[in-house]
Design a protein around this ligand. Structure first.
Ligand code: AMP
Ligand code: MG
Length: 329
């Protein structure tokens, strides 16, 4: 039986994402100096990563004590005596959301993460788009529930993403939620003002807008540019960090999300937590998600998506055209 909006899984994941999103924004605001984050000091992102993972794992564990959570962080570094100050700060932030948390509890919640995939598991990226977080740009908290290799539920919290297509007037902070077979939805950062979202109906490739990573090491911008030229796409690409790219595609703001592996690392294998939540949000909004060779994404073989190469997300209508263009090189 499928999940619905009132399932315990959905309620738990949703609450966890709202709390983690507030925690990450609090850290980002507190550690901002004169409007810019301390770029040379990675501690803000470290604290936010650990804090977000602790809160989400604790909330999932409480309701689903036997579920496996495949997550990016563990507490090994945090437990080192040299990092005691960081652990103290993580614990303080977590305590603001889960009162009276001890450092030992925080470490044990972080360590609920596992490396081995089972029939049913949660995939968590506590902060996706670390570089965006540090720059004051986009980042996401990404949580998905996967059963027998299929994504059943995906949640993306994008605390710094404008809620509508008019970025200058719109409020900041979005939550995207999708359930298999039940559509995709966007809410504000508190989970209010829910509305269904749909991909764009753009049929003419030349009207498309491509979104891609900000970081040139994460995707081959030159190949993307050549593809845009071939398809007569005149609008410049929209560069954005994190799985927020899936969210803006799902709500029809862009048409194609391209992630051809960069020439610096052509054999790069994607992590499941970097795509599981985003992919169901794009698909349930009417989009299509494959790798750059047109193969379905593999969420069952391991943490690394060994059977895939790069990522292509589209509004569905333009998928084959893009695949053919990529094929021709
Ligand atoms: P984005 O913000 O879309 O550029 O993606 C951020 C994610 O890129 C991070 O979560 C990393 O897991 C992932 N990443 C790191 N190195 C690479 C790489 N060489 N190619 C593609 N993705 C990468
Ligand atoms: Mg990530």
């Amino acid at each position: 039986m499928g999940l619905d909006q009132s399932s315990l899984e959905v309620m738990t994941a949703f609450q966890a994402a709202v709390e983690a999103s507030a925690l990450c924004e609090k850290i980002r605001m507190d550690l901002t100096v004169g409007g810019t984050l301390l770029k040379s000091d990675r501690s803000p992102v470290t604290i936010a990563d650990f804090g977000s993972q602790a809160v989400i794992c604790k909330m999932i564990r409480q309701k689903f004590p036997h579920d496996v959570i495949v997550a990016e962080e563990d507490s090994k570094e945090l437990r080192k005596p040299d990092h005691s100050k960081i652990l103290e700060r993580v614990t303080d932030y977590v305590s603001a959301f889960i009162p009276n948390s001890s450092s030992e509890e925080v470490c044990s919640w972080i360590d609920s993460g596992s490396n081995s995939l089972t029939d049913r598991f949660w995939a968590l990226d506590p902060i996706d788009g670390t570089k965006g977080f540090l720059r004051g740009d986009q980042y996401a908290i990404a949580l998905a529930l996967i059963e027998k290799g299929r994504v059943k539920l995906g949640i993306l919290a994008c605390p710094n993403l404008y809620t509508d297509i008019h970025p200058l007037t719109g409020e900041k902070g979005c939550l995207f939620l999708a359930l298999e077979g039940k559509g995709s939805f966007q809410m504000d950062r508190r989970g209010m003002n829910k509305r269904p979202i749909f991909v764009s109906k753009t049929k003419n490739p030349s009207d498309a807008i491509i979104t891609e990573s900000v970081e040139p090491d994460h995707a081959d911008h030159l190949t993307h540019h050549r593809l845009a030229e071939k398809l007569n796409i005149s609008k410049p690409p929209l560069r954005m960090d994190s799985q927020a790219k899936y969210g803006i595609l799902a709500r029809g703001e862009v048409t194609i999300y391209l992630r051809v592996p960069s020439s610096a690392e052509p054999g790069y294998k994607e992590n499941i937590w970097d795509h599981a939540a985003g992919s169901i949000i794009a698909e349930e909004a009417g989009g299509r998600v494959t790798d750059v060779l047109g193969r379905p994404l593999d969420f069952s073989s391991g943490i690394k998506m060994e059977k895939n190469q790069g990522i292509l997300v589209s509004n569905g209508i333009l998928h084959e055209v893009v695949l053919r263009s990529l094929e021709m090189g």
